[in-house]
Design a protein around this ligand. Sequence first.
Ligand code: FUL
Length: 444
Amino acid sequence: METEFYGFSHYGPNTFMGTEWGNDRRPNPKEYAPQTIPDCDQWVESMHAAGMKGAVVICKHHDGFCLWPTESTDFCVTNGGGVSAQVDIPKLFSEACKKYGMKFGVYLSPWDASNEYYASSTYVTDVFLKQITELCTNYGELFEIWFDGANGGSGYYGGSYLTTRTIDKKTYYDWDNLTQRIHEMQPNCVVWGREFRWCGNEDGYSGKTCWSNFDVNAVNSETTNNVGAEDGLLFMPSEVDVRTTSKWFWTSSEQAKSAEQLFKIYLESVGRNATLIMNCAPNSDGKMPDNVRTSLSGLGTLLTERLSNDMALHANVTAEQTRTPGNFSASNMTDGDKTTYWATNDDETTGTFVIDLGELKTIHYVTLQEYIALGQRVKGFTIETSQDNGSWDSFATGTTIGYKRIMAKNDDTTSYGSGTQARYIRVKITDSKACPLISTVSVF
Ligand code: FUL
């Protein structure tokens, strides 16, 4: 969750065919035909400029084409067109991530439309696990492995160039075993669909109420993924996956979303207790297109201008309740140390604190963070502002906080606006599953 914001690069045969899920036939490996070595350095540089802290590269999409020289199948870069045989995408991409100080992750589609063994157990043990093993051992440390829920069915990938082969997504891959194997190779890598959940849409938002807890019976239900489950037994945070254009793979006519649109997505994902994975699709020249680059760097500028200068850092905070004994004082929320936190006593599930900014300031956002290592607790809160510590105006009302909740005035993410004049900010935790633990309050 602390990684917060990272990228996705959809690139492969689809980039050259102008498709999202291939054509109604098995692609010819020669259709993946880079004429020069793809410029992964420039891809990652573009994502870094947006403020991302990591990036995930597509290594195999649903078409089954492996973008690295693999022993698991011939359907890979070794047999592609152009300079393909010299291209090892995870290698180039991981080197670029290292250069820009970004975490590195891989996407590997479980569903494989081309592999002759798909739907038999041989595929899982001798193809898919082999691919996972190659990616987990040859390219350095991974922070995330992305598996994708799309999986066969009655469309052309399940039908016309393969005989329809349906599998039970829950049991076929033996996820318990695969997850364990991944952790043996990559202890710090989080596993898609196991340790974090898809947010339930591809439009760039998590629920205003967003529990990191999840109900084991609800895994992969689109309706519940956005909100999570207050009493779910799994800690499985929401991850928002979204496109910077309207497609996952590049096509020549694609418009990029504006920096303002991407900023709104950020507020509605990172700002709602989810992580954000934003797709940036390179073109068939192996470059990140200019329009995407412009929006990404514009987003980076907005994040710096609007969310990096914390006016509450080292500000004076007083709380009406403070846990004793121990160091749980209100100043822990503004000390810039995410490992310290303010807490109430065990029997108190509400609490109030006031931040004094020292002078009148123009504020746009108030950010709250729970000390999430001890579980997500808060169910309701209000934020008010005052110029004189006497009369108070409502700023916003919310439900869950979680790892991070960014509140705009009235929780309205649509426009930056002219801000609110305030010296004092009062936060009331109105409901919590257990005594609230707040590690950070920030004001921007
Ligand atoms: C979806 C896939 O079908 C898309 O092609 C894309 O990879 C997206 C991230 O997930 O389920």
